[in-house]
Every structure is written in C-alpha cells, then in structure tokens.
Design a protein around this ligand. Structure first.
Ligand code: DNO
Length: 358
C-alpha cells in the first residue's frame, strides 16, 4: 500500500509539500492541476513543473486526479471526438512523467455535492462536509453552486471550476433528454477511445464514484453501486479500466457494502486506487463526514484496510476529506491536520494487519 495525500499545487493549497513530507509514512501525492479546464490538454511543461516540485520535496507523484471529462463527451455531442483526442494527449503526457493512475469521474455537471461545507459536529465542535437532501430541495442547482463557491474559504474546489458551471442552466436542460443508458453508451464511446492509449502507455484509468451515491436534480448518474461498477469495468474490458474506490462516496448510501465492493474489485484486479474516509449516516439521504476512526462513523475502517490487504495490497491510498479541527482554515475537506491524523490511523491499522498476517 502506498500512502499518498491530495495536493493542489503551491499556488493553490494551504498545505505545503514540506508539511506533507513530515506526515509519517507518506510516500507521495495524488496530484492535480486545478487551473486546467475540462477538455484542455495538460501540456508537458505544466506537468513537468508540477511533478518536479513534488519530486524535489522527496515525494512521488504516480497518481493524478480530476482530469475532468468534458460535458460534450458525457452528452455524446459531435464535438466529443476533439475532446477525446485531447484526453489521449493528456494521458500520453502524464505517462511520460511517470504517472501510473488517472482518477476521473463520469458524473454529469456536478462532481461531489454537499449542502453544508462546514457543519459543526456537536460532539466535539469540529466541522465537516454535510449533506441533507431536504435542504437541497429548497436550494435548486444554481443556488447550490453559488453557496458552495461562496463557502469554500476562497479556495477553488475540484469539480466546481467556474468555467464548467458557467452554462449550467443550458447544460441541465440538455441532460433532460439523456437517460442513464444513453450516458453509459457515451461512457463506452469515451473508454473505447482512450483505453487503447492507456494500454500503450501503461496508465490505468480509475473512475471515482458518484458522490453522494444517488442521482441528484434528476440528472442521470451511473456510478454509485457495486453493480454500476460491474457494468463500467465491462464497458471496455481491460486491466486499464478500473475503479477509484472512494469509501466515503459509496458509503454515503448505507445500502452499499463498501468492504464487499473492495474485495470484489480487488480480486478482479480492478482497483486503481482508494480514497479512504468515514461517514456518519443521519437519516434518509442525510450524512456528514466523520473522522477516519471507525467508531466516529458508520464504516469499519479496519475491515476496509483488511480487504485492501487481502485483495489489492500494492494499491495507492489517500486519506480522503478531513474535518476542520484546531482552528485550521483551508479548503473544505482538504486541511492538513485531520487528514494527517487519518493517514496515521490508516497506517496503524495497516501495520497491525501486516503483523497479524506474518
Ligand atoms: C472530492 C474528490 C473528487 C475526485 C474527482 C475525480 O473531493 O474525491 O473531486 O477527485 O471526482 O474526478
């Protein structure tokens, strides 16, 4: 298992590479060029500058996140071929600089969605990301976009890039005529276009689940259960077509058995990497993000790490969203302290599991 940390680059992250390097057991980062619009080619110069900086800090950068898929690809518009060609160029460029896994998602319009980015946790006074579908009903898509951007402490949020959301109303309208099967067909077209390039370059694509794990605003969503991912890995059957198993996203729906999903896709060799975090269910389509420690939420992190150990022990992991604690102000979900505590806890579980198996 390679423990990593998401990093947005020195101009955009409140956390420095030096701080990340000092977290025990941290081997590398999951990188992100947050200024790239969906559909653009990530150039060699941009990639080199970013990865050189990471290497200079003594960290590896073998996983890149959020190479966002242009909406025209998801909607199956004729312009998609140009964007797929760009995506192929980005894959080749990333591979040249040692990237092995690309995390992306196929969610229409929105990436992850929350109704409160700083919900106070009554038990300890910290705050975390929170979702309640009842609140969403009152807000509507435009309002949620506005409030998410306004409440992000001035930081850009992955998947909420203003240029992606600029034509929100028109895009939402177009999606009304796209069914989940249409979306899946468009997804297959995309995978057929890019997976052969991945095979040539030795890069694995890892699809991030819908977060939360159910449809929102009537948009088609096709990646939020084990059976959805069974279909996805078969859309283009290749070891390069894998899952980014995000425990908190899948785990937002209590009906998903996260441990079983890890075992299932791990045994198939189809886990490209994992985002590991905990969630606390508060009611129907209502949850908050908890600390990583099992007893603070509803997921069993010990069983999660054991499933990783037994089925995909060489994979990349990162502690996912943390709470805001100790007065830290940062990008919601992506502060230093709670994610560092999360990594340390996951490393502790890992050490125990390794020793128990000797
Ligand atoms: C949320 C992240 C996601 C993820 C993307 C990948 O915090 O886990 O933004 O990186 O869905 O495209």
């Amino acid at each position: 298992m390679k423990m990593t940390f998401r990093w947005y680059g020195s101009k955009s992250d409140s956390v420095s590479l030096q701080q990340i390097r000092q977290i025990p057991g941290m081997s590398g980062i999951m990188g992100f060029l947050d200024y790239k619009a969906a559909g653009e080619v990530w150039t060699e110069d941009e990639i080199r500058a970013y990865i050189d900086e990471v290497h200079a800090a003594g960290l590896a950068c073998e996983v890149i996140e959020s190479v966002n898929v242009h909406e025209d690809i998801k909607m199956g518009l004729p312009s998609r071929d140009r964007y797929i060609e760009n995506y192929r160029a980005t894959i080749r460029n990333l591979a040249k600089y040692g990237v092995k896994v690309i995390v992306y998602n196929f969610m229409p319009v929105f990436d992850w969605l929350r109704t409160d980015l700083a919900r106070v946790i009554p038990e300890d006074g910290s705050n975390s990301l929170y979702f309640d579908e009842a609140d969403l009903g009152d807000m509507g898509p435009l309002e949620i976009v506005r409030s998410t951007i306004e409440n992000s402490n001035g930081f850009s949020l992955p998947g909420w890039e203003p240029e992606r959301l600029a034509e929100l109303e028109a895009t939402l309208e177009r999606y009304k005529s796209i069914s989940p099967d249409d979306l899946r067909n468009n997804y297959k077209y995309f995978l057929d276009g890019i997976i052969p390039t991945c095979e040539e370059c030795g890069v694995v694509m890892a699809c991030h689940p819908d977060d939360p794990a159910w449809p929102i605003f009537g948009l088609p969503r096709i990646a939020h259960s084990q059976s959805d991912f069974d279909k996805i890995v078969k859309l283009h059957d290749s070891p390069c077509n894998t899952v980014c198993l995000c425990t908190g996203s899948l785990g937002s729906d209590p009906a998903n058995d996260v441990v079983a999903a890890i075992r299932h896709f791990g045994e198939m060799g189809r886990i490209g990497c994992l985002h590991v975090r905990n969630v606390k269910h508060l009611g129907h389509h209502k949850f908050r993000e908890a600390a990583h420690l099992s007893e603070t939420g509803d997921l069993d992190l010990f069983e999660i790490m054991r499933a990783v150990y037994e089925t995909c022990p060489d994979t990349y992991i990162r502690p996912d969203h943390g709470r805001m604690i100790w007065g830290e102000v940062g990008r919601p979900g992506y502060g230093l302290y709670d994610r560092a505590l999360g990594a340390t806890y996951l490393n502790g579980l890992w050490e125990a599991i390794c020793k128990m198996n000797k």
